[in-house]
Design a binder for this molecule. Structure first.
Ligand SMILES: N[C@H](CCC[C@H](N)C(=O)O)C(=O)O
Length: 259
C-alpha cells in the first residue's frame, strides 16, 4: 500500500497529515501509525492526523499519538490541520471542524492560525498538583531554572503516578519570565518524551498562570520550538471560555511511503 502524506509542524510539534477524505487509511492499525511516526523506521513525527469529510463540518480531525493510539485533543496538531485544510482549498479565511473534544473554529491570519479551544470548566488540585483538561489532560507545575530541569525524569514519574491512573496525564513545567511571558517545557503522554511544544499544554499553563500568578490574557508563551500566545475570557471560578491558541503552523515537506 502506498500512502501520500504531508509533514507539518507547529512550534516544533510535528505531525504526519493525511488527506483521508476517501477513508482508505487503515486507522485501526496501531502498529502502522506507530511505524509511520517512528524517527528511524518511518517518516518521523509526534503524531499522525487524518483529515476526513464530515457531513456537518468543513472537515473532521482524527488524531493519533506517536505510539499509534488515538489521542485526546492536540492543539498544535489542530493548528496544523487547519493550515493543511487551507492549503487543500477547503476554506478561505475561517473554518469550523470536528475533533475528538467537539467543535472547533479557526481562522488564518498570515503565518498565524487562531484556534478556538474547548471551554475549561474545572481546575483541580490532585495530590498537590494542579490538573486541568483543555481537550487533553494536563498537570501544570511552576519550577525554577526550567532550562536545566529534568523534564523527562520528573514528567514521566508524574505521568505514571497512581494519582493519574488509568489514563495518565501530560505534564507541563513552567517558569514565568518578564512581560507576561511563560517558558514551558512539556512531557507528552503518548509520545512518552519531551516534545518541542504542546498546544493544549501551553493553554493549560496560561490559564493557571492567570489564576495563580495574575498573568493577563493574552499570555505569551515561549517553548523550545517557538512562541505562542493564549487569549481567553474568565467567566467564573475555574471557568474560561473564548480560549484561543495562536501561533504559526507550517508545511515542511510532502512525500509518499510504501508500507
Ligand atoms: N501535542 C498535543 C497534545 C497531544 C495530547 C496527547 N499527548 C495526549 O494526551 O493524548 C498538543 O499540541 O496539544
Amino acid at each position: 500500500m502506498t500512502i501520500n502524506f504531508v509533514k507539518y509542524q507547529g512550534t516544533g510539534n510535528d505531525f504526519v497529515l493525511i488527506d483521508d477524505r476517501t477513508e482508505t487509511f487503515p486507522a485501526s492499525d496501531q502498529a502502522l501509525v506507530e511505524k509511520l511516526c517512528h524517527r528511524r523506521f518511518g517518516i518521523g513525527a509526534d503524531g499522525l492526523i487524518l483529515l476526513r469529510n464530515h457531513p456537518d463540518y468543513d472537515f473532521q480531525m482524527v488524531y493519533f499519538n506517536a505510539d499509534g493510539a488515538e489521542g485526546s485533543m492536540c492543539g498544535n496538531g489542530g493548528r496544523c490541520i487547519v493550515r493543511f485544510a487551507h492549503d487543500l482549498g477547503i476554506f478561505q479565511e475561517e473554518t469550523r471542524f470536528l475533533a475528538v473534544d467537539g467543535e472547533h473554529t479557526a481562522r488564518v491570519e498570515g503565518e498565524d492560525i487562531f484556534l478556538k479551544m474547548s471551554n475549561v470548566t474545572s481546575v483541580d488540585e490532585r495530590n498537590s498538583l494542579t490538573f486541568l483538561n483543555t481537550g487533553s489532560p494536563h498537570v501544570v507545575q511552576f519550577v525554577d531554572d526550567l532550562e536545566s530541569y529534568d523534564v523527562v525524569g520528573e514528567g514521566r514519574s508524574i505521568r505514571y503516578s497512581a494519582t493519574f491512573q488509568p489514563g495518565g496525564t501530560n505534564v507541563n513545567f513552567s517558569q514565568v519570565l518578564t512581560n507576561n511571558t511563560v517558558f514551558v517545557r512539556t512531557y507528552e503522554r503518548g509520545v512518552e518524551d519531551e516534545t518541542y511544544s504542546c498546544g493544549t499544554g501551553v493553554t493549560a499553563v496560561a490559564l493557571v498562570a492567570h489564576q495563580q500568578l495574575s498573568l493577563q490574557s493574552p499570555v505569551q508563551i515561549r517553548t523550545i520550538g517557538g512562541n505562542l500566545r493564549i487569549a481567553f475570557n474568565v467567566t467564573g471560578e475555574n471557568q474560561f471560555d473564548a480560549i484561543y491558541l495562536i501561533g504559526p503552523a507550517k508545511r515542511v515537506f510532502a512525500g509518499m511511503i510504501t508500507v
